[in-house]
Design a protein around this ligand. Structure first.
Ligand SMILES: Nc1ncnc2c1ncn2[C@@H]1O[C@H](COP(=O)(O)OP(=O)(O)OP(=O)(O)O)[C@@H](O)[C@H]1O
Length: 364
């Protein structure tokens, strides 16, 4: 069953003065999906997100929310929720009040918001009860029940980010937009919050769009990754598609924990030359390993033991630097020794040397 599009950007362009920040960007976010917008700093990820939210407008192109053109609707009218890296919490309000804020704005008039006078406004007692129960349920699901009366300054980074998520959740938005929400957290907490966000996404069944420059984060969380390069969509697909069939050399460089090795004809390795004599061959370090029967040799320069694997830095006779990965128990010879390297069959990506576009993969 094909899922409906929650949000679509069609040929969206954004110019600031003379500079083109987004160039004819097409994006489809389907209902229930978890999409990562991935790219280097300045490639236009945040601008894309702000255009989805209504905080910014495109110079050209269409923004459709559930099939309806929302170009003229404000962020509030679109009912999309945005969560920022900076949390954007109000320091003078308690955690309860911060989470409740969108509901107080929606359900209570200006007078009803006053603590004492508000009690006298018709309907306000019922609205307050509804707000209390929604905030308490949300806080419980985020593990915040114990800190509802505290102010944000007394919370840890992870708790602050949960409060920001809580405030987004109570609105029951049609779409969640998250701009690098975990980047202020330390590495260990980030990994835990990643899992919490994925679980939250499963519970809400709402589409999430998640901006990150961290490919590991995108690979771990998303079911669709949109790689942006210099204001354009370079490739959109599942993490596996992007890893197995990168559309360009730039995408191939961006996806994968260790940088891919590119062999040009002048680098001397002739593995796939018969198939495409002028092509650039891309081989990921995890598909290049030491083997006594390897196809070519290189000098070992560095050995980085990581426990489960060992990362080898090498240099060929022609001066080409390479990275290969060996098993954790690999008995590395001393640096300077020449070792033979074996390429995993069917794992070589071929690219056009001029355009950088994918030509094909051996066996693919
Ligand atoms: N209001 C603005 N006026 C002028 N230029 C802008 C404005 N907003 C963004 N830009 C420029 O647009 C480009 C893309 O910015 P954007 O914030 O979308 O990138 P990004 O991929 O989210 O980067 P980062 O990961 O560093 O946040 C940058 O070169 C930025 O300087």
């Amino acid at each position: 069953m094909t899922r409906q599009a929650a949000m679509e950007l069609k040929a969206v362009t954004r110019r600031f003065d003379q500079s083109m920040v987004l160039d004819a960007v097409d994006v489809t976010i389907v209902e229930g999906s978890f999409t990562a917008l991935l790219g280097a700093s300045g490639c236009g990820k945040s601008t894309t997100l702000r255009i989805m939210s209504g905080l910014d407008r495109p110079s050209d192109g269409e923004v459709l929310l559930r099939g309806v053109d929302v170009a003229d609707r404000t962020a509030y009218e679109r009912n999309v929720a945005m969560v920022f890296q900076s949390y954007a919490l109000y320091p003078h309000l308690t955690v309860f009040q911060n989470i409740a804020l969108p509901l107080t704005m929606r359900h209570l008039g200006a007078l009803g918001r006053f603590p004492v006078v508000g009690q006298l406004v018709p309907g306000s007692a019922e609205a307050r009860r509804l707000i209390r129960s929604t905030v308490e349920t949300t806080a419980e699901s985020l593990g915040l029940s114990e800190v509802l009366s505290r102010k944000p300054n007394s919370l840890s980074g992870g708790q602050k980010q949960r409060v920001a998520l809580g405030r987004a959740l109570v609105r029951d938005p049609v779409l969640f937009l998250l701009d690098e929400p975990l980047s202020n957290l330390d590495a260990r907490l980030r990994v835990r919050m990643r899992a919490e966000l994925v679980a939250l996404h499963k519970r809400t069944e709402k589409p999430f769009v998640y901006v990150t420059h961290d490919q590991a984060e995108a690979m771990a969380m998303a079911d669709q990754i949109i790689v942006m390069i210099k204001g354009k969509v370079a490739q959109a697909g599942s993490p596996r598609d992007l890893y197995d069939r990168p559309a360009t050399m730039e995408v191939a460089s961006f996806i994968g924990a260790n940088s891919i090795n590119f062999f040009r004809p002048e680098d001397g390795w002739t593995g796939l030359r018969a198939q495409a004599p002028s092509a650039v061959s891309g081989v990921r370090p995890e598909h290049l390993a030491p083997s006594s029967t390897g196809q070519f040799g290189a000098h070992l320069e560095t050995v980085e033991f990581l426990g489960s694997e060992t990362i080898l830095g090498l240099r060929t006779a022609k001066g080409k630097q390479l990275t290969a990965i060996a098993a954790g128990d690999y008995a590395a010879p001393t640096p300077g020794t020449e070792i033979k390297l074996e390429v995993t069959p069917n794992r070589v990506h071929l690219f056009d040397p001029n355009s950088g576009q994918r030509l094909c993969a051996e066996g693919a």
